[in-house]
Write a protein that binds this ligand. Structure first.
Ligand code: SF4
Length: 392
């Protein structure tokens, strides 16, 4: 058996024999499309909520992946935008299909203004353990400039209610809003810390094609902040949160000890996951499938008994290994070369060859004691490193 074939057989064993232990459900409804958002979602079509739940039930039944998992994640859109009874119905459907193992993690994304006493009670009764709240900022002007529709006080109220039900709380924050000053970002970080979350995700604002902000950008109506300020803000986030006792464990994610997002940890280690809903992407037995992004198309397909899948990719052993490296390096602890070899049959150094040596010599990656990691410099430009690692 030549070396390449041996790799394939090892890797296929790895990717085909394990049933995923994670499941994702996409809920595409939102009250309003924020100017920077290009997620799969639909607004002003609450009339479709009922049909969407039926479509989810049909997709779950058609997949037949019934059984326990260790993490569940309900994302969107805004899952908590659903009326209370519909939210309850959907969560029950999901939990019946993918019961959560004891001690498992069940996350849901929420917008601050949706968290009412009754919805918090529904989340708790459904077994949700962790709520990821789209706080984004505590500055009214910045919230408006981000085209968000909640206020600072909504975030504090939501956190108070969620605490009552003992959820793990994660806050999403955005830096680099148009015309934002460093002081505004520092203040956002401090206000977030005062709420004592268990986890924080910080994202630099991006201008994605197809969004309102992208159009405004190309028409000169808004401008991004300077790159140096953007980097200063990212570093400021890392320093402030680390000083407050948070562990910086992934490029954009920080947790109190023991509060990492287990579901996302699974993604970054390229462990398989089930996924249902519009635009949802699953990775099972080495095959990645993505459903139609359009909510109406997704519903139509499911109600007609057709497949909702828009694209299907059977990843080669080598492509899987390369992706595993890229996702793995997003985690600050990086990749253990020997663990990686045991898991996939691939030698990282032989696989990545020249770009790996170049990035190490340029100081963007470090390889010490069998561990490959981003350096501090690498962290700041990480997105520019990945494309070369993915070329077979
Ligand atoms: S609330 Fe979140 S998912 Fe909905 S439009 Fe705004 S950013 Fe996008």
């Amino acid at each position: 058996m030549n070396e390449r074939l041996m790799h394939c057989s090892l890797d296929l064993t790895r990717f085909t024999s394990q049933r995923p232990q994670a499941a994702y459900l996409h809920v595409p409804f939102c009250q309003h499309r924020c100017g920077y958002c290009n997620f799969t979602l639909i607004v002003n079509r609450d009339d479709l909520i009922e049909k969407y739940i039926t479509a989810i039930r049909l997709e779950l039944e058609s997949r037949g992946d019934h059984g326990p998992v260790t993490t569940l994640f309900v994302g969107g859109g805004t899952p908590t935008y659903l009326p209370a009874d519909k939210l309850e119905q959907l969560l029950e459907l999901l939990m019946n299909w993918f019961p959560l193992e004891d001690g498992g993690e069940f996350s849901i994304e929420a917008n601050p203004c949706d968290i009412t006493e009754s919805k918090a009670a529904i989340l708790s009764a459904a077994g949700v353990t962790r709520v990821s709240l789209g706080a984004q900022s505590f500055n009214e002007q910045k919230l408006r400039s981000l085209d968000r529709f909640h206020s600072e006080s909504d975030v504090a109220l939501a956190v108070k209610l969620l605490r009552k039900y003992e959820f793990d709380i994660s806050l999403d924050l955005i830096f680099g809003a148009p015309e934002e000053k460093l002081e505004v970002w520092e203040n956002d970080l401090n206000k977030a810390l005062q709420l004592e979350p268990d986890h924080l995700s910080t994202y630099g604002l991006t201008f994605e094609k197809g969004t309102l902000f992208y159009n405004q950008l190309i028409h000169g109506q808004i401008s991004p902040i300077e790159e140096t300020l953007d980097l200063q803000m990212y570093k400021c986030g890392i320093n402030t949160l680390e000083q407050a006792g948070f562990e910086h464990y992934e490029i954009s994610n920080f947790s109190r000890p023991g509060h990492r997002c287990q579901h996302n940890e699974g993604y970054w280690q390229l462990q398989g996951h089930f996924a249902v809903g519009a635009g949802a992407s699953r990775f099972v037995s080495g095959i990645r499938e993505t459903n139609h992004r359009s909510t109406t198309t997704y519903i139509k397909k499911m109600l007609a008994g057709d497949s909702p899948v828009a694209s299907r990719e059977n990843l080669s052993a080598e492509a899987s290994a390369r992706e595993k490296i890229v996702f793995g390096l997003r985690r600050l602890e990086g990749i253990s070369l020997s663990d990686f070899y045991r898991a996939t049959g691939f030698d990282v150094v032989k696989l990545l060859k020249k770009p790996l040596h170049r990035f190490i010599s340029q100081g963007f990656l470090s390889l010490k004691n069998n561990q490959l990691q981003l350096t501090e410099q690498g962290l700041y430009i990480s997105d520019s490193l990945w494309p070369e690692f993915l070329i077979e």
